[in-house]
Design a protein around this ligand. Sequence first.
Ligand code: FES
Length: 113
Amino acid sequence: MSDTSAVVATYSVSAEIEGEVHQFPCRADQTVLNGAEAANISLPSSCCTGVCTTCAAVIKAGSVDQPDAMGLRSDLQAHGYALLCVSYPRADLTLKTGQEDALYEAQFGQFQK
Ligand code: FES
Protein backbone atom coordinates (compact mmCIF):
# COMPACT_ATOMS: atom_id res chain seq x y z
CA MET A 1 0.00 0.00 0.00
CA SER A 2 1.54 3.32 -1.00
CA ASP A 3 1.43 6.40 1.17
CA THR A 4 -0.07 9.25 -0.85
CA SER A 5 0.20 11.70 2.03
CA ALA A 6 4.00 11.83 2.20
CA VAL A 7 5.27 14.78 4.16
CA VAL A 8 7.03 17.37 2.04
CA ALA A 9 9.89 19.24 3.69
CA THR A 10 9.37 22.92 4.36
CA TYR A 11 12.34 25.26 4.47
CA SER A 12 12.79 28.76 5.81
CA VAL A 13 13.73 31.48 3.33
CA SER A 14 15.36 34.75 4.31
CA ALA A 15 15.23 37.05 1.31
CA GLU A 16 16.78 40.49 0.97
CA ILE A 17 14.49 42.57 -1.21
CA GLU A 18 15.55 46.15 -1.96
CA GLY A 19 17.53 46.32 1.30
CA GLU A 20 14.83 44.77 3.51
CA VAL A 21 14.94 41.20 4.79
CA HIS A 22 11.75 39.16 4.55
CA GLN A 23 11.24 35.64 5.94
CA PHE A 24 8.81 33.10 4.58
CA PRO A 25 8.39 29.32 4.45
CA CYS A 26 8.79 27.38 1.21
CA ARG A 27 8.02 23.71 0.62
CA ALA A 28 10.46 21.51 -1.27
CA ASP A 29 7.85 21.03 -4.03
CA GLN A 30 7.18 24.77 -4.36
CA THR A 31 9.27 27.34 -6.20
CA VAL A 32 10.79 30.08 -4.07
CA LEU A 33 8.73 32.58 -6.09
CA ASN A 34 5.51 30.72 -5.25
CA GLY A 35 6.52 30.46 -1.59
CA ALA A 36 6.99 34.23 -1.48
CA GLU A 37 3.66 34.86 -3.20
CA ALA A 38 1.90 32.54 -0.72
CA ALA A 39 3.29 34.77 2.05
CA ASN A 40 2.11 37.93 0.22
CA ILE A 41 5.68 38.94 -0.56
CA SER A 42 6.17 40.34 -4.03
CA LEU A 43 9.36 39.41 -5.88
CA PRO A 44 10.41 40.53 -9.36
CA SER A 45 9.17 38.11 -12.03
CA SER A 46 7.97 38.04 -15.60
CA CYS A 47 8.05 34.82 -17.65
CA CYS A 48 7.95 32.39 -14.69
CA THR A 49 9.51 29.71 -16.91
CA GLY A 50 13.24 30.17 -16.25
CA VAL A 51 14.02 32.13 -19.40
CA CYS A 52 13.91 35.92 -18.90
CA THR A 53 16.10 36.25 -15.71
CA THR A 54 13.83 38.95 -14.18
CA CYS A 55 13.66 36.86 -10.98
CA ALA A 56 17.43 36.38 -10.65
CA ALA A 57 18.83 36.12 -7.14
CA VAL A 58 22.05 35.14 -5.44
CA ILE A 59 21.90 32.29 -2.96
CA LYS A 60 24.14 33.21 -0.02
CA ALA A 61 23.36 30.16 2.12
CA GLY A 62 21.55 26.92 1.40
CA SER A 63 20.88 25.35 -1.97
CA VAL A 64 18.17 25.07 -4.61
CA ASP A 65 17.32 22.67 -7.40
CA GLN A 66 16.64 24.53 -10.66
CA PRO A 67 16.60 22.02 -13.54
CA ASP A 68 14.49 24.33 -15.73
CA ALA A 69 16.68 27.44 -15.44
CA MET A 70 17.26 27.77 -19.19
CA GLY A 71 18.29 31.42 -18.91
CA LEU A 72 21.17 30.73 -16.53
CA ARG A 73 24.50 29.12 -17.38
CA SER A 74 25.39 26.16 -15.19
CA ASP A 75 28.70 27.71 -14.08
CA LEU A 76 26.80 30.73 -12.76
CA GLN A 77 24.37 28.43 -10.96
CA ALA A 78 27.43 26.93 -9.29
CA HIS A 79 28.44 30.47 -8.23
CA GLY A 80 25.11 30.97 -6.44
CA TYR A 81 22.89 32.56 -9.06
CA ALA A 82 19.33 31.24 -9.15
CA LEU A 83 16.14 31.93 -11.08
CA LEU A 84 13.57 31.91 -8.30
CA CYS A 85 10.61 31.09 -10.56
CA VAL A 86 12.08 27.63 -11.22
CA SER A 87 14.10 27.14 -8.01
CA TYR A 88 12.98 24.56 -5.44
CA PRO A 89 14.60 24.81 -1.99
CA ARG A 90 16.78 21.95 -0.79
CA ALA A 91 17.79 23.61 2.48
CA ASP A 92 16.99 26.74 4.48
CA LEU A 93 17.92 29.68 2.25
CA THR A 94 19.44 33.10 2.62
CA LEU A 95 19.29 35.00 -0.67
CA LYS A 96 19.39 38.43 -2.26
CA THR A 97 16.88 39.28 -4.96
CA GLY A 98 17.06 41.91 -7.69
CA GLN A 99 20.16 40.45 -9.35
CA GLU A 100 18.98 40.63 -12.98
CA ASP A 101 21.51 43.30 -13.97
CA ALA A 102 24.40 41.58 -12.14
CA LEU A 103 23.50 38.29 -13.79
CA TYR A 104 23.33 39.92 -17.22
CA GLU A 105 26.79 41.38 -16.69
CA ALA A 106 28.12 38.01 -15.49
CA GLN A 107 26.65 36.17 -18.49
CA PHE A 108 27.16 38.66 -21.30
CA GLY A 109 29.43 41.45 -20.04
CA GLN A 110 32.51 40.07 -21.76
CA PHE A 111 30.78 40.40 -25.16
CA GLN A 112 30.17 44.13 -24.72
CA LYS A 113 33.73 45.32 -24.11
S1 FES B 1 10.54 35.19 -14.15
FE1 FES B 1 11.57 34.82 -16.02
S2 FES B 1 13.26 33.58 -15.48
FE2 FES B 1 12.10 33.76 -13.66
